[in-house]
Design a protein around this ligand. Sequence first.
Ligand SMILES: [Zn+2]
Length: 272
Amino acid sequence: MHHEGNLRKLKSQLMNPVEYGMPLNKVVVPLNPLIGKYISLQYKGLINCIHCGRRTSKSFSQGYCFPCMRSLAECDTCIVRPETCHFAEGSCRDEKWGETNCMQDHVVYLANSSAAKVGITRSTQVPTRWIDQGASQTLPIFKVGTRLLSGKLEHILRQQVSDRTDWRKMLKGEPKAIDLRALRDQLFEAMRSQIESLIREEEDGAIEWLDAELLDIRYPVLEYPEKANPLNFDNTHEIHGRLMGIKGQYLILDKGVVNIRKFGGYRIRLSY
Ligand SMILES: [Zn+2]
């Protein structure tokens, strides 16, 4: 079988294990049935911007052309640094986008992908965001009304816990379980005065403390690699091998791993 189209990030569904699909030219190819089988991704030497479709020789911010990267709100630096959201100052690149994406409920969460980390996401992106990061355990700890506020909380908490995922470690196996509820309580204790002073600055009820359930996420992986060797369409026109599993946005092949999200807009032909 063959499917050709421009890569977009993998679609996922929270099942046990997670179910993945690869969107290619209006179809979503179910990937779980291909695990254990030989697959090939052939790069056709063409990249189309995932926003405007324009042909671009280089992709920026995981799939955009240069003009889109410079003009779209979703490519602004405040997206990676949410505590710098400048919507309230009236300088958002696209107010409508900001309204639907940033001026919405967000959660601050703890996760375990290779070690403990803190992160934020729009409430509607739960659990997609966690699956995209390859988290094995997650625990929402705050609910807030805007991206900016979630960023300010994350900014406080990352003095104690990393906000990064070590993807090499994440792809080497299941992480050791962490008691995220105990970690949350420790963090609240350690950062109490900073969190409380932020709460005082904000309107009543703007920050909601959560007592949520821990979520365990399992990924469809036959065997983890000893070393996660990254494969890249900029160096090779064909990535192929036996599909050993999928975790986060990574396909784990017997010859190496490929981050599908990183190659958004690349035109490829999937064969299996
Ligand atoms: Zn574009």
